[in-house]
Design a protein around this ligand. Sequence first.
Ligand SMILES: [Zn+2]
Length: 94
Amino acid sequence: MNTPAQDVALHVLCEQLQKIHQQAEIAGLFIGDRELLDCTHCGLQEDVLIDGRLVTHQADAADATDSGLRFAVADDGNFVCPQCGAVIAGDFFA
Ligand SMILES: [Zn+2]
C-alpha cells in the first residue's frame, strides 16, 4: 500500500517519463513501444540505427539508406505507409 506522498511522487515520475517519450519521438528516436513496421505492399520497412534514430528503407535495398519517409499513425492505432498508402496494423506493447 502506497502512502499519499508515494502516490504523488509516482504520478510526477510518470509525467516526467511521458515528457521524455514525447521529446524522444520529436527527436526522431524509436522508443520501442511497438513492433517495427514493414509494408508488405511496397516493401518499405522501418529500422533503428545504432544511435536510436528511426529510419525507413526498402526491404530489398542493398545500402538501406534512410528514405526520409515515416509511417503515419492513424487515430485507430493503425499506421499508413507513406509510400503506397497501405494501412498496417499497429502492434503496440502493453
Ligand atoms: Zn507501402
